[in-house]
Ligand binder design. Structure first.
Ligand code: C5P
Length: 222
């Protein structure tokens, strides 16, 4: 029997990747972080000093770019043309510029094509912004994770402080809000909840509560 696909969408910092990875682990499914793909291309474009709003040029760059997502011990590793960029793509510069690259239709077209191939055989947990609406519109389970912007900013803040990285709560909050605005207001495949997605507000939930909730839904749809 073909295994189901699970689509997880939502705004920045709603806990999608943490939750998606744990759900995938539990089910022995493959976890695919589509945000990492947009980040990897953004990283390469910044390195090459390419105009981040030039869709055709970015598309050309993407065509000669290999992005691999590999399962690691603790985290997923992202390889850009065989170089491990797992840490590089989380930089401040990439984070605050990725939305410009991601709003180019030429870029999205190619990314979506690659993502569909990855999910072809089923057994995938994929997270992003347009998975339920565009990448896997027929997936058996669609989840839309939300949380208040304050809660999302405070989670990100704690994460950075724990890693020993200096951070300012208000700056983080403003940047998250701005990225959501750009992702929600873009013309191509904006961040929006699919009609048939189950919305989970994680503001006052623990990670394991959210994971359990999704596993329960997955069981019902399998
Ligand atoms: O998920 P993450 O925050 O790493 O995504 C980074 C950015 O990539 C998002 O802010 C968005 O601009 C873009 N993205 C997207 N579509 C996806 C996944 C990410 O446009 N499916």
């Amino acid at each position: 029997k073909k295994r189901i696909n699970i689509a997880i969408d939502g705004p920045a910092g709603a806990g999608k990747s943490t939750v998606a990875r744990q759900v995938a682990d539990y089910l022995s499914f493959l976890y695919i972080d589509t945000g990492a793909m947009y980040r990897a291309l953004t990283y390469k474009a910044i390195e090459r000093e390419i105009d981040l709003e030039n869709g055709p040029l970015l598309k050309e760059l993407l065509n000669e770019t290999v992005i691999d997502l590999k399962v690691g011990e603790e985290e997923q590793h992202v390889f850009l043309d065989n170089k491990d960029v797992t840490t590089d793509i989380r930089s401040y510069n990439v984070t605050n510029n990725v939305s410009f690259v991601a709003r180019q239709s030429e870029v999205r077209e190619e990314m979506v094509k690659r993502q569909k191939v990855l999910a072809d055989k089923g057994g995938v947990v994929m997270d992003g912004r347009d998975i339920g609406t565009h990448v896997l519109p027929n997936s058996e389970l669609k989840v839309f994770l939300i949380a208040s912007v304050e809660e999302r900013a405070s989670r990100r803040y704690k994460e950075l402080i724990e890693k020993g990285i200096e951070a300012d709560y208000n700056t983080i909050k403003d940047e998250i809000a701005l990225r959501d605005k750009r992702d929600s207001e873009r013309e191509v495949a904006p961040l929006v909840k699919a009609n048939d997605a189950s919305e989970i507000d994680t503001t006052s939930m623990t990670i394991s509560e959210v994971v359990d909730c999704i596993l329960q839904l997955a069981k019902e749809r399998s």
